[in-house]
Design a protein around this ligand. Structure first.
Ligand SMILES: *Cc1c(COP(=O)(O)O)cnc(C)c1O
Length: 368
C-alpha cells in the first residue's frame, strides 16, 4: 500500500464519549438524532453512521435523498429525516427507501401526495414551522391552517413537528422567543414527535423538553460555544500529513506564490503534503500553524494547492516522513477546529465539512 500523505483519523472512542455526554444532558425519554449530513461533517458518512447506530443513535439526520439512500444501502434501519427540502424528482426514491421528508408547504405536500399514491407506499413526514430561521418551514402565523390542510391528504402521514433555532449559540433571547412560538404547536399535537434543539440548544439547555434533539457539531467533539468546552467533548477527527522535503533557506530569499514572505535570517523549512486542494483554507497562509514533533510551526508564505511550507527551525530533529498535524493533538500541543475557524474567518462546522475528498479517512476504535 502507498504511504499516506494526507489523511484524517476518525476516533470511535471520542464519538462514543461525546454521544454519552449528549445523552446525559437530555431527559432519558428524549431521543437523540445523530446529524450526519455533509459526509458526517467530513468524518465519512457510512462508517460514522454505522458506528453511531451501534452506539445507540435513535434517528439519523441527512441533508438529502442521496445521503439517506446511502445509509439505507449500508443497512441502517433507524428512521432517517431529510433536513432539507426534497425536490419533486427525488420524492419517489425518498418514499421507496422509507426516508422521512420535511415539508414546509402545501405545494410540496400535494406533490408528495401524488407521488406516494403512485408508489403505493405511505410516506412519513415531519412538518416544519418557521419561528425565525427563515429557511424552511411554514411561517408560524400560517402554519395551523397549512398543517390542517396537509393532514387531509392521504398519500402521507404527518409524524413529527419541528422548528430550527437561528442563533441557539449566541442569542438566548431569540432562542427563547422561538421556543415560545413553537410550544403551543407541540401542545396542540401531543401525538406527534416534537423537536427543536441542535447542539447549541442542548448544551445551553433550551428546548430539549421535546421528544427528540438533533445533534451534529457536539457529537463530533466540538463545543458549539467555547464556554461549553468544560462539558468535556473530545474532537473525533485528527487531520494529518507528512513532511515531504526539508531544506535550509538563506536570509533574503522569498517563499511561495506572490513572494509574500521574505526571510530576515536563515530558516529550516519543511514542505508538507497538503494544501487547499485537500480543503485546508488558503486563509491559513497568514498566521497558521502545523504541529511537528509536538511543536507549533508557523506557515511560511502562501498555502498552495498540494503543498505547504512551514518553518521547522525550532525542531532540529525533524525528518522527511514525520507526521504533521493540521487539526488535532500532538504531544502537549493542539490545533482546534475553533482556532482554524477563527484564522479562516469561518465557523468550526465549515472547517470539518471542508476536509476534502482527497483526504483518506481511517477509522480507529470502531466497533461496527
Ligand atoms: C445541521 C442541522 C442540525 C445540527 O446542528 P449542529 O449545530 O451541528 O448540532 C440540526 N438541525 C437542523 C435542521 C440542521 O440542519
Amino acid at each position: 500500500m502507498l504511504t499516506r500523505r494526507c489523511w484524517a483519523e476518525v476516533d470511535g472512542r471520542a464519538l462514543r464519549h461525546n454521544f454519552k455526554i449528549l445523552r446525559g444532558l437530555i431527559p432519558s425519554a428524549t431521543q437523540l438524532m445523530a446529524v450526519v449530513k455533509a459526509n458526517a461533517y467530513g468524518h465519512g458518512l457510512v462508517p460514522t453512521a454505522k458506528e453511531l447506530a451501534v452506539i445507540g443513535a435513535d434517528w439519523f439526520g441527512v441533508a438529502n435523498v442521496a445521503e439517506g439512500v446511502s445509509l439505507r444501502e449500508a443497512g441502517i434501519r433507524q428512521p432517517i429525516l431529510l433536513l432539507s427540502a426534497t425536490l419533486p424528482e427525488e420524492m419517489p426514491a425518498a418514499v421507496e427507501h422509507g426516508l422521512t421528508l420535511t415539508l414546509s408547504s402545501l405545494a410540496e405536500a400535494k406533490k408528495l401526495d401524488r407521488i406516494a399514491r403512485l408508489t403505493r407506499k405511505r410516506a412519513e413526514v415531519h412538518f416544519k414551522i418557521d419561528t425565525g430561521m427563515g429557511r424552511l418551514g411554514a411561517w408560524h402565523a400560517e402554519a395551523r391552517e397549512e398543517l390542517a390542510r396537509m393532514q387531509r391528504l392521504p398519500g402521507f402521514i404527518v409524524k413529527g413537528l419541528y422548528t430550527h433555532f437561528a442563533s441557539a449559540d449566541d442569542d438566548p433571547k431569540l432562542t427563547q422567543a422561538q421556543w415560545k412560538l413553537i410550544s403551543p404547536f407541540f401542545a396542540e399535537h401531543p401525538g406527534l414527535l416534537h423537536h427543536a434543539a441542535n447542539s447549541s440548544a442542548v448544551t445551553r439547555r433550551y428546548g430539549f423538553s421535546a421528544g427528540l434533539v438533533r445533534a451534529g457539531l457536539a457529537l463530533y467533539g466540538i463545543a458549539p460555544q467555547p464556554t461549553d468546552q468544560k462539558l468535556g467533548f473530545q474532537p473525533v477527527l485528527t487531520w494529518k500529513t507528512r513532511v515531504s522535503l526539508l531544506h535550509e533557506v538563506g536570509a533574503g530569499r522569498t517563499v511561495s506564490y506572490g513572494a509574500t514572505y521574505r526571510l530576515r535570517s536563515a530558516q529550516r523549512h519543511a514542505v508538507v503534503a497538503m494544501g487547499y486542494g485537500d480543503g485546508y483554507f488558503r486563509l491559513h497562509s497568514k498566521g497558521g500553524h502545523l504541529l511537528v514533533r509536538g511543536v507549533r510551526c508557523p506557515i511560511r508564505g502562501r498555502v498552495t494547492m498540494d503543498q505547504i511550507i512551514i518553518d521547522v527551525t525550532s525542531v532540529p530533529d525533524c525528518r522527511v516522513g514525520d507526521e504533521v498535524i493540521a487539526l488535532g493533538r500532538q504531544e502537549d500541543e493542539e490545533i482546534t477546529a475553533r482556532e482554524l475557524a477563527k484564522e479562516a474567518q469561518t465557523i468550526p462546522w465549515e472547517i470539518l465539512t471542508n476536509v476534502g475528498s482527497r483526504v483518506s479517512r481511517t477509522y480507529r476504535y470502531f466497533q461496527s
